[in-house]
Design a protein around this ligand. Structure first.
Ligand SMILES: NC(=O)c1ccc[n+]([C@@H]2O[C@H](COP(=O)([O-])OP(=O)(O)OC[C@H]3O[C@@H](n4cnc5c(N)ncnc54)[C@H](O)[C@@H]3O)[C@@H](O)[C@H]2O)c1
Length: 313
């Protein structure tokens, strides 16, 4: 398998390198390091790095011509400045289109796309089924939804995975790193009055293995435990991990650009792939916090305008 990972220097991409490179897959990463880190792509025989943007059509064409991927994992996304609509559009729409066109020309066997649950906007039912209408309203959500729509029209064998908050090495967004960093430093926290779903990297990997199998189904799938947890639940879990008497914490209404409750319904994914998340919420949080104990928390990114402790990719 020759696997091109766009955004491979990011959180999910780098975890996928760690999973698939040791299995002998040839891997090529294209990344502009907007939020990713160069050091997670240690170039060596069989692991290539192309530095640059997927919004550069010539670079995308050259990358496909040199690497000749059989599989594409499209993990690159722009989100770090919610006011930079041009960058979100360039990467998430135009970049996606360039990668899709090159993948079509190359005749790739499988194209895996990672989608945000923000594609559903403010859902009218919970948990959100994968056939719920899309109604994004943030720059990140709008541009990612447009990119996904092009992919689904492209004729490529696309699997678009709409993801819960995936927890694992190098997670640098959302309430878990924020609470870990602030509680450890003795700083005050607040919780937004919102609910999210969390999935352990081990469960994500199990699904990825199934999705990459030859002749596996294509289409749009929700990836989640299906279990919603409040941000206060996350705060309490982090405080418990530190063995603290759980401090009083203000719970504030969701920001104007936020969604109050996001919980994805994975039942169709479970039925089609015979997959089910195994790791429960406490294990997922504790795995994450143990990782921060060993490796620390770096920059924390957000795609929300309001200062928030709880954003959602
Ligand atoms: N991690 C999650 O829980 C989660 C949830 C929902 C959706 N997603 C989606 O999964 C994908 C990966 O997310 P992540 O958590 O690893 O984020 P991340 O920020 O760690 O990774 C994104 C990578 O894309 C790179 N990138 C940005 N713009 C680029 C461009 N123009 N050209 C090339 N590379 C570019 C960044 O430098 C980064 O390395 C994204 O598409 C995101 O929308 C992730």
């Amino acid at each position: 398998m020759r696997m091109l990972i766009t955004g491979g220097a990011g959180c999910l991409g780098s975890n996928l390198i760690e999973r698939y490179f040791p299995k002998g897959y040839e891997i090529c990463v294209i990344d502009n390091f907007a939020t990713g880190k160069r050091e997670v792509v240690p170039v060596q025989a069989g692991l290539h790095l192309v530095e640059g943007s997927i919004a550069d059509e010539k670079l995308v064409q050259e990358t496909f011509a040199f690497f000749k991927p059989t599989h594409v994992i499209h993990s690159a996304a722009a989100y770090k400045d919610p006011h930079d609509w041009a960058e979100d559009t360039a990467t998430n729409v135009l970049g996606t289109v360039y990668v899709a066109k090159a993948a079509l020309q190359a005749g790739v066997k499988r194209f895996i796309n990672f989608q945000t649950a923000l594609c559903y906007g403010r859902p009218n039912e919970l948990p959100i089924p994968a056939n719920h209408p899309t109604a994004p309203f943030t720059s990140y959500g709008i541009s990612k939804t447009a990119g996904e729509a092009y992919l689904l029209q492209s004729g490529l064998p696309v699997v678009s995975l709409r993801l819960a908050n995936i927890c694992g090495p190098r997670l640098a967004i959302g309430p878990i790193p924020t609470f870990y960093k602030r509680l450890k430093a003795g700083q005050n926290c607040f919780c937004s009055d919102t609910m999210r779903d969390f999935l352990d990297m081990s469960d994500f990997f199990e699904l990825m293995d199934l999705v990459l199998e030859e002749n596996a189904p294509t289409g749009v799938f929700n990836v989640s435990t299906g279990e919603g947890k409040s941000i206060l639940d996350v705060f309490n879990a982090v405080a418990n991990y530190f063995g603290m008497a759980v401090p009083e914490v203000p719970v504030v209404p969701a920001g104007a650009d936020d969604v109050v409750k996001v919980v994805l319904d994975p039942s169709e994914t479970e039925r089609v792939f015979g997959w089910k998340a195994k790791c429960n919420f406490e294990e997922t949080i504790n795995n994450q916090l143990r990782w921060y104990d060993s490796y620390g928390v770096n920059d924390i990114f957000s795609h929300l305008s309001s200062t928030s402790s709880h954003d959602k990719k």
